[in-house]
Design a protein around this ligand. Structure first.
Ligand code: UDP
Length: 328
């Protein structure tokens, strides 16, 4: 019981890396997933599996009968563009689904929750690097769902004694450096996987959204954080909230700004592929630059990004995508 963790969304891109990190740290892990975007290839034989949907309360209470001291919640839709076109889908899954999770946790005596939040809660930054005290004002519905969940967590902490860590990820990228994660994201929407698909020849080209931003090379700058660094932070955050009986709100980023062109040039160099690219109009709602400070995570958790250099992000991702373009 003491060391058993339910990882909701544990078959997904970030979830599978979290499962790996928890197993490596000696936790007993059970994955809860509906496989809507999660991949069966991402499951580990050492972890248990409960198939279910967070939109069904009964699925959650049944899963939590196993007796867990903590849960990690990463089950969410995360495509920003889609969230603006179909907010109902995002409200139902991300927000109502989390209400179910929290109520089931309270009913089942699970006291600790680590939650995947996002730097999208900040919206257009007023100053850089963004810290946790920066005002929150999401510019898209996806970010709004993450902020609503943070507020639910705050109240369940106050009223029900639930302790939580809300982890505000910047741009999650990369794959396990040891190649232990096998499943690729389906229909990826983010920069690096799109560059990789163009490199592997399964996508015609990268469309670069804007070249007239007030940044060094005119393209958007983001803070890319390796998914294995994120996973490590989840393990530390879980141990912290359980041991100290206090909740946490933390940024997780690499503190380094990387432009679209720098990412593209690095990918061309590492893959040895030409990677066709074309400039196009800015994408609505994109800030010019979004970079965070993770000083609080470093101070509280003793955590630091170790795998998040641009070369490491590209190389670990290319290893996954390289095989796609091959006919053998
Ligand atoms: N981007 C781009 N072309 C793409 C996808 C992304 O130029 O096909 C840019 C986007 O405008 C932003 C950066 O790459 O400056 C990262 O975008 P992504 O969607 O990966 O993450 P976001 O920061 O929006 O969460």
């Amino acid at each position: 019981m003491k060391n058993n963790v339910l990882v909701i969304g544990g078959a997904g891109y970030i979830g599978s890396h979290v499962v790996l990190a928890l197993l490596k740290s000696g936790y007993g892990v059970t994955v809860f997933d509906n496989f809507s975007t999660g991949r069966r290839e991402n499951l580990f034989p050492e972890a248990g599996l409960m198939e279910g949907d967070i939109r069904r309360y009964g699925d959650l209470t049944a899963a939590m009968k196993g007796g867990f001291h903590a849960l990690v919640h990463l089950a969410a839709f995360k495509a920003v563009g889609e969230s603006m076109l179909d907010p109902g889908k995002y409200a139902e899954n991300n927000i109502s689904g989390t209400v179910n999770i929290l109520n089931a946790a309270v009913a089942s005596g699970v006291h600790n929750v680590v939650f995947s939040s996002s730097a999208a809660v900040y919206g257009e930054p007023h100053y850089l690097p963004v810290d946790e005290d920066h005002p929150v004002n999401p510019e898209n519905f996806y970010g709004f769902t993450k902020l609503e969940i943070e507020r639910l967590l705050f109240w369940y902490d106050k009223l029900k004694g639930l302790r939580y860590a809300a982890l505000r990820y910047f741009n999650a990228s990369g794959y396990d450096p040891e190649g232990r994660i096998k499943g690729l994201e389906q229909n990826p929407q983010n920069l690096l996987p799109i560059i990789m698909e163009a490199a592997a020849g399964i996508r015609e080209k990268l469309m670069i959204f804007g070249n007239d931003y007030a940044t060094e090379d005119g393209t958007g700058v983001r803070d890319y954080i390796h998914v294995s660094d994120l996973a490590d932070a989840h393990v530390r955050a879980l141990a912290h909230i359980a041991a100290k009986d206090e909740s946490l709100l933390l940024n997780l980023g690499s503190e380094t700004g990387t432009s679209v062109l720098v990412m593209l040039e690095t990918a061309r160099r590492i893959t040895g592929r030409p990677i066709p690219a074309e400039f196009t109009a800015r994408r609505a709602g994109d800030p010019a630059k979004l970079v965070g400070t993770s000083a609080r995570a470093e101070k509280v958790l003793g955590w630091k990004a170790r795998h998040s250099g641009v070369e490491s992000l590209v190389a670990t991702t290319w290893r996954m995508y390289e095989r796609l373009g091959r006919s053998d």
